[in-house]
Design a protein around this ligand. Structure first.
Ligand SMILES: *Cc1c(COP(=O)(O)O)cnc(C)c1O
Length: 396
């Protein structure tokens, strides 16, 4: 899907300072070597299975299906992975790759802290140094995850530039990588940034759709009619879509965080409100103000609160192969509560965006049709915020 220059249609590429070129060239060479290396793949599969708990379950949500009265609904349970989300799939792959490249230090950006925790986890396991950049605002909102990362042995550096949130943490991590590439690998957390990151992260997350395909064929002897996932940078979504891209009959639906609505300024719905631009080393769609500056974004879900989208999604949108729909805070919170009561599964508020859209379309579909929803993570981390949203202050 990627061409030689790391393009997905007009998107992607490498819009980076000269000083980073060597680092991404070294990374691309190493990746192209190890991705076909049987020993590397054996070690990675062993880590994913024995440590992260793969394969994750594909669960038939029978009560939800009957209540909505339409398509048959399956949940891909990435929430059951070690550290509680799909992030670990990518991190174990990149950490192993970095180790093979002789790197001894991992750096990462994090928003809500999920990717930071996953990176700190892999660093602990593989005996590597770990530094995580996190917007100062986010360190306050996600104090528990800051503690987790420190407990795992990582250093957490609060970033005070810009809006002191995720996009600033990415910028700072890139700056740090520029100044120290000898012993350091930048473990990027989503399908974004300069080539080869969008391809590497997609390949490591593609395990999700590889498993969905095998599991649904075993259970239903046919492919699903739709695969639905939430989209921040887009890693759990592209991982869920990848092995279905060639299957034209499978609708691929990405759910963006609309925040308070796509007709307000408090939104993070990039495809629905953004424009073509260049930021963080890639060409893609970004939320921008009328001067073309990156706009501040908002969502109740810290994990979807990013002003851009990965270049492969931008291209799937241009080609009309995938649909990207907005889901508001209010809809996501209702879905968060619905899935908890209905199936006894508390989803991450990010994943609840995908559940919300499935709740809209399932009743319009036939009983012999099938929807797969990726539950990208578990919702324990969100309980205090959702309680607050409902006007209840609980002690965390
Ligand atoms: C980080 C995160 C996301 C958003 O990231 P993507 O790269 O778009 O997948 C979604 N869900 C959970 C649980 C996350 O931790």
């Amino acid at each position: 899907m990627t061409n030689a220059n790391g393009r997905f249609g007009v998107h992607g590429g490498q819009y980076i300072p000269e000083t980073l070129m060597n680092a991404v060239i070294e990374l691309e060479k190493a990746y192209n070597h190890y991705k076909n290396d049987p020993e590397f793949n054996r070690e990675l599969t062993e880590l994913l299975d024995a440590y992260a708990g793969r394969p994750s379950r594909l669960y038939y949500a029978e009560k939800m299906t009957k209540t909505l009265g339409g398509a048959k609904i399956y949940l891909k349970r990435e929430d059951l992975n070690h550290t509680g989300s799909h992030k670990i799939n990518n991190v174990l792959g990149q950490a192993l790759l970095a180790k093979k490249m002789g790197k001894t230090r991992l750096i990462a950006e994090t928003g809500a802290g999920q990717h930071g925790v996953a990176t700190a986890t892999a660093a602990a396991l593989m005996d590597m140094e770990c530094v995580v950049f996190m917007g100062e605002e986010d360190t306050k909102r996600q104090a528990l995850n800051v503690y987790r990362m420190k407990l795992l042995g990582a250093e957490v550096i609060p970033v005070t530039s810009g809006t002191a949130t995720l996009k600033d943490a990415v910028s700072e991590a890139m700056r740090e990588w520029t100044s120290r590439i000898d012993d350091t690998h930048y473990c990027l957390g989503s399908v974004m940034g300069p080539h080869p990151f969008p391809t590497i992260v997609r390949d490591f997350q593609a395990v999700i759709s590889r498993e969905i395909k095998a599991q649904i064929l075993e259970k239903e002897h046919r492919l699903p009619d739709a695969v639905i996932a939430c989209v921040g940078g887009g890693s759990n979504a592209i991982g869920s879509f990848y092995h279905f891209i060639e299957d034209e009959g499978v609708r691929l639906i990405g759910c963006e965080a609309a925040g308070r609505g796509i007709d307000t300024f408090e939104t993070a719905a990039t495809i629905n409100t953004g424009k073509l631009g260049i930021f963080h080393g890639m060409k893609s769609y970004f939320c921008q103000d009328k001067y073309g500056q990156i706009a501040p974004v908002y969502s109740i879900s810290a994990g979807l609160d990013y002003p851009g989208i990965g270049p492969e999604h931008a291209n799937l949108h241009d080609m009309g192969r995938a649909e990207y729909v907005p889901v508001t805070d209010a809809e996501a919170v209702c879905a968060f509560e619905f899935l908890s009561k209905m199936e006894g599964i508390i989803p991450a508020i990010e994943s609840a965006h995908a559940v919300a859209h499935a709740m809209k379309i399932a009743p319009t579909m036939n009983k012999d049709q099938i929807i797969v929803i990726t539950i990208s993570g578990r919702g324990d981390k969100d309980c205090a915020a959702i309680a607050r949203y409902r006007g209840e202050d609980i002690y965390e």
